[in-house]
Design a protein. Structure first.
Length: 210
């Protein structure tokens, strides 16, 4: 994934003390970091809270826990079986397509009180969200200089666990006050935020020199 660095590029590499300063100057890295924060937060929020939602809002039983497995199974499959579609539509545009479809499915979960239908919709959301992380890493590889790529990916990746902790916690705080029915509008808002962040990522200035 990460291309090898040529001899001429090695000569352009900054001293280690300046490496992180240069990474922090990359606007695209910061925008992508927040995109990953929201993405991972959405992923963990759905996986962690969908069982409670189906249990309380749809009258599901203990077997509703398998819906989380279906969601994460969809994430795994999406990163493999959607590869041809990603290549055909283009990595930048396909994220918009998947995001809009995922939001539509979340509206289905929100407004259609059918346990089986909701379970299928959640699994399909996982399928659609699956390719986001590898696509994001592929896009950032085309935006930053090669000698900053490894450090940039590390910085971006560090925001993922932050989202995994922050957004489910925020969901839990709101659910404890207003009820678990807040889950779907929150997820839709998070996915809409992903679209906005992705727009700015794809408009970021290319700073790499090949």
């Amino acid at each position: 994934f990460i291309p090898e660095t040529s001899h001429s590029e090695q000569q352009q590499q900054p001293a280690s003390g300046n490496l992180y300063k240069q990474i922090l100057r990359q606007k695209s890295v910061h925008i992508m970091s927040f995109f990953i924060l929201v993405y991972v937060g959405v992923e963990v929020t759905i996986g962690g809270w969908i069982f409670t939602y189906l249990l309380k809002e749809r009258g599901g039983g203990p077997s509703a826990g398998y819906v989380s497995s279906g969601f994460f199974g969809g994430l795994t499959l999406g990163r493999v079986i959607l590869l041809p579609i990603n290549e055909k539509i283009g990595h930048k545009r396909v994220v918009y397509v998947y995001s809009i479809l995922a939001i539509a499915l979340e509206f289905t979960v929100w407004f259609v009180p059918n346990l089986i239908g909701n379970a299928v919709a959640v699994s399909l959301v996982g399928l659609l969200l699956g390719p986001f992380y590898p696509i994001a890493m592929n896009i950032i590889a085309g935006l930053v200089p090669r000698w900053l790529l490894a450090g940039s990916i590390g910085w971006i990746g560090a925001f993922g666990p932050t989202g995994a902790a922050l957004l489910p916690f925020m969901t839990g705080a709101l659910a404890s006050k207003y009820g678990v029915q807040v889950l779907q509008p929150l997820l839709i808002a998070m996915m809409a935020a992903q679209i906005v962040l992705w727009f700015f990522v794809t408009r970021a200035k290319v700073t790499r020199e090949d």
